[in-house]
Design a protein around this ligand. Structure first.
Ligand code: SAM
Length: 260
């Protein structure tokens, strides 16, 4: 049956060259791979050609998961989970190092990224995370300081992940064709971090408070987080707007806040 569920963000890749280009971003041979939202298996088949050591497929759509289970029933290296990635417990697969692929369902792609950013165990069991996002969201993730797209998502993502922008993918490469283009990003988790933020949610909350009004100076909001002497010590200029502060300042504020 030829169908696509909009509610599950189903836009299937149909362009062979793009499929090859995505999968060839990392070495597959003898690696443990996870694919989020394998759908009809466009990326999956290419990953299998690369001879992975193991392959875990996490697909929420029961019909598609059933088809994948049937298709790969004889292949002992492939395990299909008919689960929601947002509820998936990575604890059950913690023994190995994995690389992750996902042409993500666009309606929950930022939540999926945040799930990875919030992993308790860090560095995580993931060496490489290769995700495809809608272009607008991807630009917010890679948004460098200072630029129009710099903001909460790029500050928080850059804290834990090395972000390698890869390439744009035209909406013509999918069926059904989405309204906008996509972008592939390759993430590599940082093993060490100069800034010692214990809980990533501190950074999320601090950026939330300071970016609550992008156009206003931070003078009022910063006082909800730090006292005058802390502001002075960190040399924060309170007449700036949130997007005028570089990521390191947000990381320092989070560090100071956590030991208060
Ligand atoms: N990988 C396939 C491809 O590239 O053609 C399909 C990509 S499609 C953009 C997204 C896939 O994620 C769909 O197969 C959809 O059913 C699945 N999906 C949607 N929400 C999900 C969730 N919460 N957990 C796991 N898979 C989900």
């Amino acid at each position: 049956m030829n169908y696509a569920k909009k509610s599950l963000g189903q836009n299937f890749l149909i362009d062979k060259n793009i499929i090859k280009k995505i999968v060839s971003l990392i070495k597959i041979k003898n690696q443990n791979i996870i694919e989020i939202g394998p759908g009809k298996g466009a990326l999956t088949d290419e990953i299998i050609l690369g001879e992975p050591k193991s392959l875990i497929l996490i697909e929420k759509d029961a019909e598609l998961a059933k088809k994948l289970s049937k298709k790969f029933s004889k292949n002992k290296l492939i395990k299909v989970y008919n689960e929601d990635i947002l509820k998936f417990n990575f604890g059950i697969i913690k023994k190995h190092k994995f690389s992750v692929f996902g042409n993500l369902p666009y309606n929950i792609s930022s939540q999926i990224l945040i799930k990875f950013l919030r992993l308790k165990k860090w560095p995580p069991n993931f060496d490489n995370i290769i995700f495809m996002f809608q272009k607008e969201l991807a630009e917010k993730i890679i948004g460098k300081f200072p630029s129009r797209n710099y903001g909460r998502l790029s500050i928080v993502s850059n804290f834990r992940l090395k972000i390698l922008k890869k390439f744009l993918v035209s909406s013509n490469c999918f069926f059904p064709k989405p309204k906008i283009n996509s972008m592939v990003i390759h993430f590599q988790p940082y093993k060490n971090n100069f800034f010692k933020i214990k809980n990533i949610k501190t950074l999320e909350n601090i950026t939330k408070i300071l970016f609550s009004n992008k156009r206003k100076m931070i003078n009022k909001n910063i006082k909800k987080i730090l006292n005058d002497s802390e502001i002075k010590k960190l040399k924060i200029k309170i007449n700036l707007r949130p997007a005028d502060l570089n990521p390191e300042i947000y990381y320092k504020i989070s560090e100071v806040y956590e030991v208060k």
